[in-house]
Design a protein around this ligand. Sequence first.
Ligand SMILES: Nc1nc2c(ncn2[C@@H]2O[C@H](COP(=O)(O)OP(=O)(O)OP(=O)(O)O)[C@@H](O)[C@H]2O)c(=O)[nH]1
Length: 629
Amino acid sequence: MELWEDEQTSVEQLSQLVKSDPALSGRLLRLANSAAMGTFSKVSSIPAAIVKVGMKTVGQLAVAFSLIDQYLDDHCKSFDYNKFWLQCVLTALICRGLGQQTALAPPDNLFSCALMMRIGLLAFATIYPDEYASLLDSQPENLTAAECDQFGFDHNELSLEMLLDFGVAEELAGPARFHERPEASGFAEKSPEYKLTQLFHLGFRLSDSVLRVGAEITQKRLTTWPQVRRFGLTAAQIAEVLDESVTEWEDWSKLLRLPAPEGRLPSGSPGETPNKVELKEPPADQSRIVQAAIDSALNVVLMSRAGQQHPLNKVFGELNVVAWVFQDQKEMLRLLVEMRPHLLIMDDYGHDELHAKREKLCRLIRSTEWGRAIYIMALFGDNERDRIAEAFRAGIDAAYMRSDLSSQELDARLDAVRRSADAHLQYQKDRVELRRIANQLAMSQRRAEVLSLTDQLTGLPNRRSALDAMEQAWHQEAHPERPMSVIMIDIDHFKRINDTFGHAAGDKVLVDVATTLKLDLGQHDSVYRVGGEEFLFLSTSSTFKQLVLNAERLRRRVAALEMSFEAESIKVTISLGVAQRSEEHARFDMLLVHADQALYAAKAIGRNRINVYRNKQIIPLPRPGEQAS
Ligand SMILES: Nc1nc2c(ncn2[C@@H]2O[C@H](COP(=O)(O)OP(=O)(O)OP(=O)(O)O)[C@@H](O)[C@H]2O)c(=O)[nH]1
C-alpha cells in the first residue's frame, strides 16, 4: 500500500511485492490475460502483467486480495500454511536462478509459474478444510492417489487447471504439473518440455531439502543427486544458484512475515560447514503493536499532529479503549494494513497543508476491500467547516468540530462504531462462507466433469473424452507429414476370459492391458477406453512410420504380458486397426470408421494382428518374421 501510494515506486519494486504472494500473482496474471484487457498476446511474467494492468490496479488488487486471503487460510488444521508459502517462494527463486543459468525460458516467467505450481494444495486446504485435514492426518503413502480417490483429481492436476486459468502459458504450466514426478510426464528426452520439467523438479527438490529440518545441502552432496546430474549444470553452479536464492529468500520472508524455518544452506565448497538459514522476524515493536491491536476489543487509530499529547488520547484512556496515535502518515499507513482498526480518527482533516493528503489517504483506504470496513471520523477546526462536504465525498463516515467533542459523546459514538464493526464482521463471515460454498460447488462440478470423462475401472479417459480430444485435434493445424491418426485396439476373445476365469479376472485383464497401453506415451499421444474391451490410441503428431511402429510395439507388449489371477496365469492378445487423416476424411468420425474397418479385418484374418487403412485399402501388416502378402 505504501509502495502504491508513493508516486516514485517502480514496476520492479511493485513486482517484487506482488511476487511474494502466489495467489495474488495468479490473480494478477489472470487479470492481465483476461478478455477485458484486450490484446491477444499472453503475458506470463509479473512485471509484464503490471505494465499491462497498470500500477494503480495492481496496488488495489494487492491490498484487497492479500487481506481477503487472511480470512481464508488457517482453516485446514493439518495444512502447514507457513511451510507452504515459504516453499513456494524458495522454489520460485531457485527456478528463476536455474532459468538464468540455462536460458530455457524467461526467468521471470519461470518464477511466476514455479510460485504457483503447488497452488492446488492450497485450494484443497481452503475449499475442503476438514476433509483435507483428515486426509493429511491419515498420512497416505501416496498423497496424489489419495486425493484422486477422495476428490476425483489430485493437487497437481488442480494446480495445472489453475495455472492455465491464470493465463500461464501451457508450455510452462504443462511441465510444471510434473514437478513432483518428472518420469510420469512422458515428455521426450531432450525436448524443451522435458528440460523444463527437470528444472521445476530440481527447484522443488532443493527447496524441499532446505525446508526439511537439518537437511544439509553441500556442494559435494549435490554431486550425488541424480536430478543434478540429469539437469546439465555442474553441482557448483547449482550450489551457487541455491546460495543466492536462499539469501534472497530472507528478504522475501520478511515481506511475507513468515517465521524462520530450521534449514541449511549449501556451502560454497566441499567439506565446508553449511550456513544456517536465518529468517528474520518483523521488528519486535511492530509485531507487538499488531498483536495488541488484534487482542483489543475495539482498535482505534488516531492520526494527529499533536501525537500522544492529543486530548482524545486521555479520553480513550478513561474509556478503557486502546488507541494507537500516529503523527506520521506513512508510518500509520504501514501498520494500518495489519491492524485493520475499527475506527480511524483523522484529526486536522481540514488543515490547509494536510487536507489534500488526508483526502488522498481516505480515498485510498476506501478503494480497498478491507478499508471499507473501517469507520472513519474526521475532526475539523472551527474555520475548516467548508471542507466537510468534500471529506464525506472522499469517504469519511462522521465529521466533528474539534471544539464540540466531549467524553460522553465520544463514548456514545464508540457504540455506533462497535455496532458497525460487528455488522461488518458478520458480513465478512457470511461472505467468506459464501465464497467457500461457491468454490466447493465449482470443485464438485469439476470433479463430476472429471469423473464423467474418466473410465472408473482403468482410470483411462473414456469414449466421450476421446471424441472431445479428436474433435479438438481435428481443428488444429497439423504438420503435413504428421497429421492426426488413430489406432483402434480390441482384446481378442475377451469373452472367453470372462467365461473361463470369471468377470473379476476379466476386469483385472482390462486394467493390466490399459496400464501397458499407457506406458511410454509420447507427448502428443493418448490412450482411451472407448468400449468394453476396446481402446483408442490417438496421436496428433506422428509420421505414418512412427504410427505403425507404435502399433507393433503395443501389440508385442500386450502379447508378452504375464498376467495372473488367483494363481491362474492369463495370456491375451490384441488386434489393431490403424488410420491416418488424409484428404478423403471430411470429418473426424470417418477416421474412426476406417480404423474400425481395419480392426475388424485384422480379427477376420486371425487376430493378434495389425491392419492399416490407407488410400481406400485395408492392408494387413506382416508380424515380424512373417512374409508380406
Ligand atoms: N470383465 C469385464 N468384461 C467386460 C467389460 N465390458 C465388456 N465386457 C465383456 O467383454 C466381452 C466382449 O466380447 P465380444 O464382443 O463377444 O468379443 P470377444 O470375446 O473379445 O471376441 P473378439 O473381439 O471377436 O476377439 C463381453 O463378454 C462383455 O461382457 C468389463 O468392464 N469387464
